[in-house]
Design a protein around this ligand. Sequence first.
Ligand code: GLU
Length: 540
Amino acid sequence: MLQHAATPADAAVPPAAALGVTEPYSAGIGGGGYFVSYDARTGRVQTLDGRETAPLSADSSLFLENGKPLPFADAVTSGRSVGVPGTAATWAQALRLWGTRSLGEVLRPAERIADRGFVVDQTFQDQTALNAARFQDFPATRQLFLPDGKPPAVGSMLRNPDLAATYRELGRSGVDALYRGDLGADIVRTVQHPPVDPAATRVVRPGRLDAGDLAAYRVREQAPTHVDYRGYDVYSIAPSSSGGTTVGEALNILSGSDLGALDSTQYYHRFLEASRIAFADRGRWVGDPRFEDVPTRQLLSEPYAASRACLISPDHALTSPLAPGDPRHPADCASSGPAVQETYEGPNTTHLTVADRWGDVVSYTLTIEQTGGSAITVPGRGFLLNNELTDFSFVPSTPGVPDPNLPGPGKRPRSSIAPTIVLKDGEPAFATGSPGGATIITTVLQVLLGRIDRGLSLEQAIAAPRASQRNLAAADAEPAFLALPDAARLRALGQVLAPNPEIGAATGIERLPDGRWLAASEPVRRGGGAAAVVHPVGAQ
Ligand code: GLU
């Protein structure tokens, strides 16, 4: 937390830029993200959609070759999957709208970290090792992240002077350098002619992203999603992410159950069922609202939630895939057309939650999609390009059912990102968010329920064993969840649980009754998260 920041944007951009240095496989100016901000002066929650965007030349056949979908792994490591990056524009827009500092000023701390280096930890080394075969094939990536031809040693310093220079250029020239200038020209060249090692056997398909696509990029300033859950005002991000609508719908579905009074098995059962139902709806209805008629308001309406909650039985689990409802015509326990198959999403990315002493809060999830993105570093620039367009459906997810998430010109792929800020009586109560692809939604939901309904502190709600039902035949469950006595009881109710070593990696902040802030993060997942109160002073 930054004591001397004057606005939420001033507080959030410096750590976001630092994550671009120290978590370059998840965050950075080669990617995008969603920024949710509470401004203590106005009492308003506002959001920015800085999602990566398909080139204007793209259409629904973006990931087809000879009429067939590309293998997912081939699409990931390609120029084809690179969307127009939104992160630098998000930072600039946040500062322009709500900040007091210049881009150059807020980038400086991160610039210094990039110049001096940061200490490699086990998680960084592991993530590098997972990507080593891909990184090896791109000389610019290899030089940066595989010093001496292998993942850097734990405890060694990793420097990125190219990124420091890139940040300096953005600070000097503004983000036009990326969207209209020489940095943009380098991105376009890299996407159109991926700089792959001639000795590599990998086929790396180019993309068609061009200077016009970069110049056309706009961050979308849009209203947050909002639900009133047991007297808490829960704000998150609206489509193009499905995070806010899916978490919000699940909360509305659960609002009719007294989760605080139920035994733990019934609590988990209803959490899993509400997630299953909300995912059935998101698959059918949520995509980029500039291209699709997304019923955002209706998905978040209480009558619609009640019409879906009536599917839940305390005695037996629903089976997936479950059919969607029709938010525009709520009818108790009714479905609207066939079930929609979930598409693949990996467990990647990063999240930051920040607050300052004035009471400003930002919940911001940044991503370059897969850990390591496309594996393509822009030569001489020090950052990886995203593979965010693989979040589109390559083909309609279910034959015969409209899919709102097919690629289109200038369209944004549907996200699961769910940065969330919770107010009580108009004042910040707490805020949270998580990486983890589609499990972001269930992770955020579980943290909210733990904190609001189950009497857990924020740290306990973040640390609690996780499960994730996303309208799939089996719910994912962490080993610690499977070890709970509830696991057998949930199975007796018909819940199918399959092991998943780790779900999500949340952080959060909470305003304490005396006005001080509490910062919380994972004690164990991803090697432990970071949380700190930098200047522990009381409210001013
Ligand atoms: N691409 C993901 C999304 O927007 C974020 C990356 C991840 O968590 O896998 O939902």
